[in-house]
Design a protein around this ligand. Sequence first.
Ligand SMILES: Nc1ncnc2c1ncn2[C@@H]1O[C@H](COP(=O)(O)OP(=O)(O)OP(=O)(O)O)[C@@H](O)[C@H]1O
Length: 628
Amino acid sequence: MWRTARESVCLICRSAATPRKAVLEPIQPGISQRNYATRSQERRPSRMVLSDRVAREPSRYKKEGEGDSRFRKPQNRQEGPFGGMNRTVANVDRSRTSPARDSRDRDSDSRDKDDRDKGKEGAHRDYKALKMQRALATVPYHQRMAVKSRIEEIESFDQFDLVPEIKEAVYNDVLKGMVDIKPTPVQRLAISAMLGKPLGERRIRKLAGDELKREEFLLAAETGSGKTLAYLLPCIHHLRVSEKEDVDVQNYNKRLEAEKERRNGQPVSEWLDNFEPHPNTARPRVIVLVPTNELVEQVLNTAKSISHLAKFKVRPLSANYNPAKIQRNLYSPGGVDMIIATPHILAKIAERDPNILSRVSHLVIDEADSLFDRSFSPETGKIVDRALPSVRQLVLCSATIPRRLDNYLDAHFPNITRVVTPRLHAIPRRVQLGVIDVAKDPYRGNKPLACADAIWSIGKDASEHEDLDADEMDVKRIMVFVNERETAQEVTEYLVSKGIDAVALHRDTSDQRQEEALAVFTTPEPLKVSKAEAEEQRKATIGLRKRHLPNTKVIVATDLASRGIDTVAVRYVVLYDVPHTTIDFIHRLGRAGRMNRRGRGIVLVGKNDRRDIVREVKESMFRGQALI
Ligand SMILES: Nc1ncnc2c1ncn2[C@@H]1O[C@H](COP(=O)(O)OP(=O)(O)OP(=O)(O)O)[C@@H](O)[C@H]1O
């Protein structure tokens, strides 16, 4: 995964490298390679933009698009969020965004009323700055509502035709301790679809000359909406069901039982090791690809918590493990059913042993926009190509669908079923965004001071609401996002000098420190600090003319920590730099307000930042709309 144009470093091997040629080059007939190269250079830094037609039915779009100039890409379009800065006319397809539709697109909750109250003014706001950058999109209104009505039919995990042990694991392990557990919108849609309940125009792709049928799904849903369970549960269900029908596994189990009987209670491990490895040894049937080592661990933990009851073997493959451990994970004689891997490691292993991908029936590509982007697409592509002949369900999953990915899907998976939730590309509804103008008094351009002040006020506010009789106080977790790794280090040092417990997280941070830092932010448990300890620290700093903020923990991170990392307990996100794209806005602010929790975003806007963009993002958040 390449974080920003400047920070072109692989998150897996952590080494700088020359960006490889994109597999997802835009398809622009008539543009010669040479011209195209010049164009890409002109467009640098290359920024992805969100697709505005994610939920469309593929065939319908094709029909409309064929030979129709309205649906062709404008030839001289400047891409990127700030690419259209000198335009005088918004490059907007008016047929898709009439004011009437705009007003209907809004969430159906209380914000509708607010907008009605505002009358024409609310309904006719058109986010000019965002549209001029062509970075923001809405899912067509009629498709959202159609999806919504289907979502409302399912109230509980019990309504899915899942293997009973899987449902038990959801209630007793994965979501243990929660009350009133209900599937989220994406779970309702995706689990139904993957278990075979048609979602409108679902199509099954027949492979030429082959009886094998393959289903393809795109799960596109907002951040923190439970996409991991949405794909894991049906995959595990199919794994369990197919195991019962698998002749090789059945025969193996019979031989194993016979051997156990023959040995009369003696261990059979030696027999397994030397004579009879499991048919699934190094032949997993489910593969989940994710872009980073941290996400491998996160998805692995969720899958493991289901595996205790649902009885399957899941193993990780990532740069976190040494070659010997990887070998053991894959070639263990007991077999492996599911692999959670980063593409670089898996592609390398598959080159040596192509049979590894020969029995894959379910292939999931999580964070698909990253995995089909420049840095990952060669490896992802190799894995997809090798696994596809046996794959029954291919699942692509992401909270943001850039136009490039959208075009790629059109070209390579034209029949993909698009499972799109009503709030795709929207920032979680309970996150409020505050803006601090650092160009004005009292900061006059001193951004680090503004950041430290914001953190201090969060800490102070929290301590004012503390229970006076309690021995401990809550620790607030705050994520600060910057665009460049150098800034991460500088800001961290400044915050520490102001008595704030801050750590930097970027590609130069050692793996162990990254793990430690993230652990504090990914645990859902409340963090506490004893008041006596805090008081001691306060006294210790009196003579030093230094202050100390005891009840906050801060991580200053680049995009390394913005994708997929499940930070359910984080309520505060500070955008130290205005993000380059709406995609970055979505992922960074999406670390707070997960699963309908309350959250607060604070963006620091400097003299050279695009205030109009920030204003429109804030406004679309207020109105509960998707960023387009
Ligand atoms: N039905 C549910 N009810 C309550 N909590 C849930 C439910 N499903 C998942 N969760 C929890 O919600 C959190 C977010 O889930 P997950 O990480 O899968 O979100 P995501 O959609 O993949 O987010 P992102 O796009 O940022 O990667 C997790 O802590 C998960 O345990």
